[in-house]
Design a protein around this ligand. Structure first.
Ligand code: GUN
Length: 293
């Protein structure tokens, strides 16, 4: 049987470390401040931002949530970001994706001041990650997967890592993190995507398989080397007749059939999800520290 990687417990450790940082900052008269911006009424974004707000309040952050109507112009959104960039009492700014059409996500993320970009989506932070400059901010979900591996003592040096998916939020930054030099990375990373041949053969070579392509239960038992570590980043809503909502959430990994194959595996929910919030709040305390120097 696989060992379960308990994302909730590991996130809790990180929250405790963050709470200690918040206390230190407060003793210096600084309360870390985090702005959430949501545009339109995407139900998943409402839930995610709500969870982030709640946890930030629990840990002693100051926060505000700006909710803008779905027909907000890009210019209006950029002007609101400029306002928060200019206000030194806000240390972090998070614009929840997805943004409604025709707002250009890349334009919006490039407008957040890089030192307040606790999501790690600004081109400066993307570039720093690729260059191995640890001053920047690393996107929260792949940063959280990295912490899960480190704190579960899963060796990455020389390991064959396969990342399924090449998205800007997870796949690309995940591959950058694990290919860097250093004891907690130094992996041989293969990124498998919709243009890849021999997907199963790539996956079967992996010591660590990270699924982030958004296909329900894509990773099956025949795709995993016995003893490999399997990390499920997927959140997919699929039809489920007879349930109250008519849908249910599944990951990118067929968890049940992998439990007799994988060495370590993340449950879903309770694996990667809680880590995203933990990394966001850790990034925000670091932003507050850097800005108060
Ligand atoms: N939408 C899905 N994941 C994320 C994330 O990590 N940050 C933001 N801002 N939006 C998201």
């Amino acid at each position: 049987m696989s060992q379960i990687i308990d994302g909730r417990a590991i996130a809790q450790q990180i929250h405790a470390e963050t709470a200690a940082c918040v206390a230190t900052l407060k003793s210096r008269g600084i309360q870390p401040g985090l702005v959430f911006i949501r545009v339109g009424e995407d139900p998943a974004s409402q839930v995610y931002v709500g969870m982030k707000e709640k946890k930030s309040a629990e840990l002693g952050f100051r926060s505000t949530t700006l909710v803008l109507p779905a027909d907000t112009s890009e210019a209006e959104l950029l002007a609101r970001i400029d306002g928060f960039n200019a206000d030194p009492s806000w240390h972090g700014i998070l614009v929840q994706a997805p943004l409604p059409h025709p707002i250009r996500q890349a334009t919006v993320y490039a407008r957040v001041a890089p030192e307040k970009d606790v999501d790690g989506f600004h081109p400066v932070n993307v570039g720093k990650l690729l260059l191995g400059d640890t001053d920047g901010f690393v996107p929260c979900t792949p940063g959280g997967v990295h912490e899960l591996l480190i704190r579960s003592k899963i060796p990455t040096e020389g390991a064959e890592v396969v990342v399924l998916g090449r998205g800007n939020i997870v796949g690309k930054p995940m591959s950058s993190i694990l290919m860097q030099k250093g004891r907690t990375a130094n992996a041989t990373v293969t990124v498998v995507h919709s243009g890849s041949r021999d997907v199963v053969a790539h996956c079967r070579r992996a010591d660590i398989l990270i699924a982030a392509m958004g296909v329900p239960e894509f990773v099956k038992a025949n795709m995993v080397k016995p003893g490999a570590t399997v990390i499920d980043v997927g959140v997919n809503r699929i039809p489920a007749p007879g349930t109250p909502s008519g849908t249910r959430l599944v990951g990118d990994v067929a968890f049940a059939e992998l439990q007799s194959v994988a060495g370590h595996i993340t449950p879903n929910p309770g694996g990667v999800g809680p880590m995203t919030i933990a990394m966001l709040l850790a990034n925000t305390t670091r932003a507050a520290e850097q800005q108060s120097r």
